[in-house]
Design a binder for this molecule. Structure first.
Ligand SMILES: Nc1ncnc2c1ncn2[C@@H]1O[C@H](COP(=O)(O)OP(=O)(O)OP(=O)(O)O)[C@@H](O)[C@H]1O
Length: 304
């Protein structure tokens, strides 16, 4: 089973070109979609989730196994109802009805998803509440839940009906480290035979969870592949130096500075160069370096 996105484009009515010919192949497992604010992540996620139209391009979900509601291949852009039967979606803005309990809400969503048998529904709902660790608070109104609890509830509703394609859009923004950890563990427990797309601007989420990834910027794919392989390609090309804050602008003029970070009162800069840089130390690159190298490259090309 895989998701094949080809040359997907979208321009909003205000003229913003949110997606410019995006092509990606997404296999089973956890796929990280990284990009800065406004990159086009949500536009892509909403299109795959059948919630908005693209102007051109195609999205196919191929190789759905026997036993699913529609075995074979699905055209996401035209077979919306069939796609919704195999889809679980946790949107970026996940509103909850504040005066409804988690248990009642999940039961309601399960019946909307077509699980008509009351006993079966109860079993599914109880199982999901246990899975996301909300069983003890299942009778509390959703309005009393913390941000992390709401996100775990969001995952529970996305998992109803054993979806084959799960989309989670920036799920950990605003969560404290403990809740983020809990959320990561939950995502990593989702079955191997599912495609999970995790859209985020938090590099660490992808480092911790994803076997495949893409970086998008200004509506275009600027890198895609296995995170370790992509980072390996940067070896020997990232250089570090500690400088005074006042010197940063000067370095930006003479070097391709990809990131700056305050460390113990000094500013650490990382610069990209294919040859060693005088007075800089070599560093072992990580995913954050890759992310910033790709984003800054794209921005420079666009603004020149
Ligand atoms: N409904 C809309 N109408 C007009 N422009 C839109 C609409 N939705 C998004 N945009 C614009 O399209 C571009 C891509 O937005 P999108 O929300 O897809 O990016 P994103 O990567 O999800 O960003 P963020 O991380 O900030 O959510 C942005 O410039 C945004 O302002």
């Amino acid at each position: 089973m895989q998701l094949e996105i080809k040359e997907l484009s979208k321009t909003y009515s205000n003229g913003v070109r949110a997606l410019k010919g995006v092509s990606l192949t997404i296999r089973q497992g956890m796929f990280g979609l990284l990009g800065p604010n406004g990159a086009g992540k949500s536009s892509l996620m909403r299109t795959i989730a059948t919630l908005q139209e693209a102007d051109s391009g195609s999205v196919q979900l191929t190789g759905l196994p026997e036993g699913t509601s529609m075995p074979g291949d699905l055209d996401i852009l035209t077979q919306k109802d069939a796609v919704r039967r195999v889809l679980g979606y946790l949107p970026q803005e996940f509103g909850v009805y504040p005066r409804v309990t988690a248990e009642a809400m999940l039961d309601h969503i399960a019946s909307l998803k077509g699980i008509a048998n009351g006993r079966e529904r109860k079993e599914i709902v109880q199982g999901l509440l246990q899975k996301v660790n909300l069983y003890d608070v299942r009778k509390k109104n959703l309005g009393t839940y913390s941000g992390g609890m709401k996100q775990r509830f969001g995952i529970a509703q996305a998992l109803i009906g054993s979806p084959r394609l799960i989309i989670v859009d920036e799920p950990t923004a605003g969560l404290d480290p403990a809740e983020r950890n809990r959320f990561h563990n939950l995502l990593s427990e989702i079955g191997e035979n599912t495609i999970v797309i995790l859209s985020t601007h938090i590099v660490e989420d992808v480092t911790n969870l994803c076997s495949d990834m893409a970086i998008i910027c200004l509506g275009e794919v600027v890198a895609t592949g296995n995170p370790n392989d992509l980072v390996k390609d940067l070896t020997g090309k990232v250089w570090q130096k500690f400088v005074e804050k006042s010197e940063i602008d000067t370095y930006r003029k003479t070097h391709r500075v990809i990131s700056t970070q305050l460390k113990g009162g000094k500013t650490r800069i990382h610069a990209y160069s294919e040859v060693p840089l005088t007075d800089f130390d070599a560093v072992t690159p990580d995913l954050e370096d890759l992310y910033f190298a790709k984003i800054t490259e794209k921005m420079e090309v666009t603004t020149v």
